[in-house]
Design a protein around this ligand. Structure first.
Ligand code: ADP
Ligand code: MG
Length: 698
């Protein structure tokens, strides 16, 4: 390295745009930007997707017959025998232990490449020929003293390339900042921790990930960088959580025995052990002035709504208001109805806010909310809009169903600091609970209330369709009800033969089930019409409800025991499981019939898992594996930086360790102000920027 280039490199820091690196002009900077690389720091984190290794060289005296050998030696002499039937180029090479003969058949082209005096590396299979060892047709590389790096071209990282930038070019550019990197990369942890956690230094990790001397060092580099990546992510989550807990106060809700028994009297059944467990955790949280931030997880029909209502009534008993939000109007209506059922003759003020509520009426309602006259407000995400003012909002319940993200929750918190309970019916695999939802505490309802009939799931192909229809007819005659769910509302030409609800509804009502009441429901209908159809279905006046996935969420009609999913291969696992959750809500046996023909292997395994398992957690884990975590949730969407090297599925152990250490660090040094945490804080800010609202931590 010459003095001049060293000087120019010391100008870099991790936030220097790549354009200032030698060999990168505006055009290449543009190409790099498309690869997600804008700064020197990004470039160093542009990790290879694969690595090549040259085998360890051996001494000539140690070459063994019938084995692959790699030797470095000097060419003593060369000879070309072009007159043979098989022309042959021969070289004798030597090292300090001996001489070896190398042969290349048809090697005429080597006459102007190899000459005595050169140092070469050869790698190939050794064989005995007339009692002498020789290598035949080996790979070779001239180790040119003027270009000592040439050997790297045959080893080291292979980068994800783009049309305009090859792996070799990327490698060359990265090599230009490598020495600067040595000064820029700062260690995060002290030596005892590194030792105890079995992690190598951060500088080494960056050096070795790009050009690893051997496989072992590569593995160590990967482990360290994965750990750091997961650690910073968990640290972001820990800080976000700390901030919520310590810089905002929520109303404390006292839960006396009197309040507890008053609330329980509202339910016509005893709560299950799981429900009681969750309620205990929630009541404990709500008793504190730190805002609760809890995820209530449980399969469809497991009894989450009841738990949420308990929390709501606890807040109301403490003279606070509650907002309950659902992703769709149907589900909001459903929640409101069950609340009504439980609160009959109660003095608790409650209201459902729908899109249909406008003008003077709406203003009236808003006034009553503002004055505190209404205790529980139920609605969709539209409740988040700013014009609703509460007198004292104590609790927000969000039925998430994977449709909301952290951002909306954060938005909500800007206005007030209520306790927050997020419900989700799609069980979240452990890995996601620790990442996408990693700033939440988790309560789980594992077992559904007793008295639920079994749900049988069948994958039905075309030839058994008629039989399936007859089977359904028998159930309908026995006064049971059925859902028919389709992937689309109306047929789309490009979609091939994907069935559409509107067309099939006509067919089903006229041809297949003419003797029954068959009605259509879809998301684009006016909300009053939707409510009306749902209400008729609930009352049993509609036998078959034909719809799109609008019924996916929360609809609770215990007498509906049949779920037919048409074009089931078009749905994801989580969706299928949700749909199936609509049935099996009473004691009668229920049937989920998945209608599909598919050649697609992944779609096939989804359907097969459905027929095999009723366990939401098991299905969620399968889903994660089939789709990959990147598909299942986007880190960006959750305000987390993208993972470049770690995988939350494959590196679960590191994730657990990173999480534990990150949360411990924040509990000891919440603002990361201690000198020994300076480097961590800097890296964290560079990564998250404002995404987590950490600016005030700086
Ligand atoms: P989720 O919200 O998890 O889908 P719900 O709270 O809506 O589940 O409950 C589903 C059904 O189970 C409802 O009809 C509810 O009345 C009933 N249920 C809830 N908890 C119990 C219980 N402990 N015992 C009996 N039935 C219950
Ligand atoms: Mg529910």
């Amino acid at each position: 390295m010459t003095g001049v280039s060293e000087k120019s490199q010391s100008k870099f820091d991790l936030s220097t745009p790549v354009q200032y690196i030698k060999g990168v002009g505006p055009a290449r900077a543009e190409t790099f930007a498309q690869l997600g690389v804008e700064t020197v720091g990004d470039l160093l984190e542009y990790y290879p997707r694969d690595w090549n290794f040259l085998p360890e060289p051996t001494k000539i005296s140690q070459i063994e017959p019938d084995r692959t050998a790699t030797v470095i030696g000097m060419i003593e002499s060369t000879d070309y025998q072009g007159y043979r039937r098989q022309p042959m180029f021969e070289a004798l090479i030597s090292d300090d232990t001996g001489v070896c003969r190398i042969l290349w058949f048809h090697g005429g082209f080597l006459r102007n490449q190899l000459e005595p005096g050169q140092i070469i590396m050869v790698s190939g299979k050794a064989a005995l020929y007339k009692h002498q060892l020789q290598l035949t047709n080996p790979k070779f590389l001239v180790l040119d003293e003027k270009q000592p790096q040439s050997i790297e071209q045959f080893s080291g990282g292979v980068y994800p390339a783009s049309g305009k930038l090859s792996s070799a070019q990327i490698k060359k550019i990265i090599s230009r900042v490598r020495d600067a990197a040595d000064q820029l990369i700062q260690e995060f942890y002290d030596k005892p921790f590194l030792k105890q956690a079995n992690l190598i230094g951060r500088k080494d990790a960056f050096r070795w990930i790009h050009s690893p001397p051997d496989e072992k060092k590569l593995a160590q580099a990967k482990r360290r960088l994965k750990y750091d990546e997961l650690f910073l992510m968990q640290l972001g989550l820990a800080l976000r959580r700390h901030k919520v807990q310590h810089f905002s106060a929520a109303g404390q809700c006292v839960c006396t025995d009197e309040i507890d028994s008053r609330i329980r009297k509202r339910f016509p059944f005893l709560l299950t052990e799981d429900q009681n467990g969750c309620i205990a955790e929630i009541a404990d949280d709500m008793g504190k002035s730190q805002p609760m931030n809890r995820l209530l997880q449980g399969d469809v029909g497991s009894g989450k709504t009841v738990v949420a209502l308990y929390a709501a009534l606890l807040a109301v008993a403490n003279r606070m208001q509650v907002a309950i939000m659902a992703p769709t109007e149907i589900l909001a209506g459903q929640h409101f109805l069950s609340i009504e059922r439980y609160l009959r003759k109660s003095s608790v003020g409650r209201i459902l806010i729908t899109g249909g509520l406008t003008g003077k009426k709406r203003n009236e309602v808003l006034d009553r909310i503002k004055s505190g006259e209404i205790d529980i407000v139920v609605g969709t995400v539209a409740l988040l809009q700013a014009d609703i003012e509460f007198q004292k909002l104590g609790l927000v319940v969000i039925d998430e169903q994977h449709k909301f993200g952290v951002h909306q929750r954060a938005q909500l918190r800007k206005q007030t600091t209520p306790h927050c309970l997020v419900m989700t019916a799609t069980p979240i695999p452990r890995t996601l609970a620790m990442t996408a939802f990693g700033d939440l505490d988790v309560s789980v309802i594992k077992h559904s209330p007793p008295g639920r009939g079994a749900v049988v799931t069948r994958w039905v192909d075309r030839q058994h369709r008629r039989k399936a229809h007859e089977f359904i007819r028998e159930r309908l005659k026995a006064k049971k009800q059925a859902y028919f769910v389709y992937p689309r509302i109306t047929a789309v030409e490009q979609a091939g033969d994907v069935k559409a609800a509107t067309d099939e509804w006509k067919h089903l009502s006229a041809k297949v089930f003419p003797e029954f009441a068959v009605e259509l429901l879809h998301g684009q209908m006016p909300s009053a019409k939707k409510q009306q159809i749902m209400s008729e279905f609930r009352k049993g006046r509609i036998d078959v409800l034909v719809s799109t996935v609008v019924v996916e969420v929360g609809v609770d009609v215990p007498n509906a025991t049949i779920m037919v999913v048409e074009g089931a291969d078009q749905f994801g696992l989580a969706q299928l499981h949700q749909l199936r959750g609509r049935i099996g809500r009473a004691e009668a046996k229920s049937y989920c019939l998945l209608f599909a023909e598919t050649e697609n292997e992944t779609a096939g395994s989804r359907l097969e898992i459905m027929t095999r398992s009723n366990d939401g957690f098991e299905i969620a884990e399968h889903d994660l594996r089939l789709r990959g975590p990147g598909e299942m949730f986007s880190t960006r969407q959750h305000g987390l930086p993208d993972l470049k090297i770690a995988s939350i599925v494959d590196d679960f152990d590191l994730l657990v360790m990173a999480r534990k250490n990150a949360f411990e660090l924040v509990s000891q040094d919440p603002m990361l102000t201690r000198a020994e945490h300076k480097n961590i804080r800097r890296a964290l800010l560079a990564k998250f920027g404002d995404a987590l609202g950490l600016a005030d931590v700086a």
